[in-house]
Ligand binder design. Sequence first.
Ligand code: NAD
Length: 248
Amino acid sequence: ILENKVAVVSGAGSGIGRAIAVTYAKEGAKVAVADINGAHAEETVKIINDAGGDAFAITADSSKAAENKAIVEKVVAQYGRLDIACNNAGMGGPAKPTGEYEPEEWDRVIALNLNGVFYACRYELEQMEKNGGGSIINIASIHGQVAAPNSPAYTASKHAVVGLTKNIAAEYAQKNIRCNAVGPGYIETPLLSANLDQKAQDAIAAKSPINRLGTAQEIADLVVFLSSDKSSFTTGSYIISDGGYTAV
Ligand code: NAD
């Protein structure tokens, strides 16, 4: 459902971002695979190209404004336009309560999870306006809606991404650009295992009505829908996919 579309995914060298990039390609899009880890981005590109898709890698730090500008320039140099952008790069940050969080730790999480998403949207919107439209999907979290105790910067950044998404939707609907946010629950990825031990993961699964963690593919399938013209009436939405975790 993404034939003739050009897409970019940040943080696409691992986890959810890789699943999104690979699924975009399967659906017919040409994909720019951006990540701070160039070797991991190349691995994602190889998966896509080996399956007959069309992708190339961009090594870039999404927390930097200039690098977000360069990402868009490289996509346009390679493919001539930009139709779909999934701003997925993000980090968890240290686990401690707000009163113990160091300002530098806060700044690092906000720089990537919030500022990085703004910078990305800033340059993507400029290009999408030039090519007559587009769809932006920002990867937030269930912690765009509920607290993640001991991760104050993560919670604040993801709530802010939901707000930014709504603003963009309001500003750009008349320019044929949609913007939505996705709120994954607990998804099996390297980020999750780095932050939660097996016992904690089991406890989370047990608290979910679906009684398991989610997969990166389950998030990618939702993102593909929001990226495609099938979701043409959906903008400014924040869609949680969490196996019912926040519903109970
Ligand atoms: P992951 O750690 O598996 O992958 C993140 C990728 O981002 C890595 O390839 C990493 O190299 C890249 N990255 C890190 N810093 C970067 C930077 N400065 N610039 C560019 N790329 C950078 O993580 P994931 O679990 O796939 O998470 C992806 C997104 O999904 C994040 O925004 C995260 O907050 C969100 N999310 C994840 C979960 C979960 O349970 N895994 C739940 C909700 C939301």
